[in-house]
Design a protein around this ligand. Structure first.
Ligand code: NAD
Ligand code: MG
Length: 298
């Protein structure tokens, strides 16, 4: 008897063990230029109607994990508004095409989440274009490696905190004007929240803040019927890593030290976001789902 490739697969060999060449892109990187290319589920993700009729805003939906989540949400039956930076138009258009191919609505909302006004505007425009909003995925993030605290300046600290945690506060607060009982919020945190790398002081500490914010707000909104959860990815091959997210010499080894022995692909993250957004997870609140190739986490 043969098994379907997606229902029975060796996770070690489901995706190749990649050894990315050293490469550099200016921030934010593009999936279109990443070597090797990633798997965002374009040819594999199969929906089963788990998000039928949902209306989702996903930040950082143009590339990497956010793009895989956007494709999955659309194939599960959701309409999707995508937030991304204006320089990422090429990546965003490709994902919008895939959403439309799934028969769903895609709304493009470029802008900078470090800007407080944009954080409110992106929510209101998403809700107005989708006819409401009942799912939010706070996934945008910036990661710039700095070897020494002596070279980590105030400006970088503020920029990282503005995008990685302050924008989550602002976007979430604005979204609560639209979210009705049954709605969900999923935040992208990181293994870095527990196992910080020495060269990611600003990034890792902001990710720890996201975990904590998720657990606090989860309790606050539970009685209102709005669930807040997080997903903590391990090393996933995305443009974040080549736009100064990692020291260049670390790129060929990226993800190899995980128990599974390889980097993750963005599509391997999407089911976690689908689960936490679908009503199947109705009793899961304030939880962080770790998707990291086996590294122990609290
Ligand atoms: P990615 O570069 O594909 O996605 C990050 C996105 O954040 C960008 O596409 C961009 O649209 C958005 N963004 C960055 N700065 C922004 C700004 N100022 N305004 C608006 N949008 C902005 O990389 P990814 O790895 O898919 O990252 C998605 C999330 O996953 C991030 O929060 C990241 O911290 C988290 N994460 C990634 C990894 C990994 O190994 N790739 C591991 C743990 C956590
Ligand atoms: Mg991008």
């Amino acid at each position: 008897m043969t098994h379907d490739q997606l229902t029975f697969t060796n996770p070690v060999t489901r995706f190749p063990d990649i050894t990315p060449p050293k490469q550099d892109q200016s921030e934010p990187g593009l999936d279109a230029e990443l070597i090797p290319q990633t798997d965002r589920g374009e040819d594999s993700y199969r929906g089963t109607g788990r998000l039928s009729g949902r209306r989702a805003l996903i930040t950082g939906a143009d590339s990497g994990i956010g793009a895989a989540v956007a494709i999955a949400f659309a194939r599960e039956g959701a309409d999707v508004a995508l937030s991304y930076l204006p320089d990422e138009e090429e990546d965003a258009q490709r994902i919008c095409q895939l959403i439309e191919d799934a028969g769903r609505t895609a709304v493009r909302l470029p802008g900078d989440l470090a800007d407080g006004d944009f954080c409110e505007r992106v929510v209101d425009e998403a809700a107005s274009a989708l006819g409401g909003l009942d799912a939010l995925v706070n996934n945008a993030g910036r990661q710039i490696a700095v070897e020494s605290i002596d070279d980590l300046d105030d400006e970088q600290w503020s920029q990282t905190y503005d995008v990685n945690i302050r924008a989550i506060f602002r976007v979430t607060k604005a979204a609560l004007r639209h979210l009705v009982p049954g709605s969900t919020i999923v935040n992208s945190t990181s293994i870095q929240a527990y196992n910080p790398s020495a060269h990611l002081l600003d990034y890792a500490s902001a990710k720890a803040a996201i975990n904590n914010f998720t657990k606090g707000l989860g309790q606050q909104l539970a009685p209102k019927g709005i669930r807040v959860n997080g997903v903590a990815p391990g090393p996933v091959w995305t443009p974040l890593q080549v736009s100064d997210g990692q020291p260049k010499e670390a790129l060929p080894e990226f993800g190899k030290s995980t128990p599974i022995g390889r980097a993750g692909q963005p599509t391997e993250l999407a089911p976690a976001y689908v689960f936490l957004t679908s009503s199947e997870s109705s009793y899961v609140i304030g939880e962080t789902l770790n998707v990291n190739g086996g590294t122990p986490s609290p």
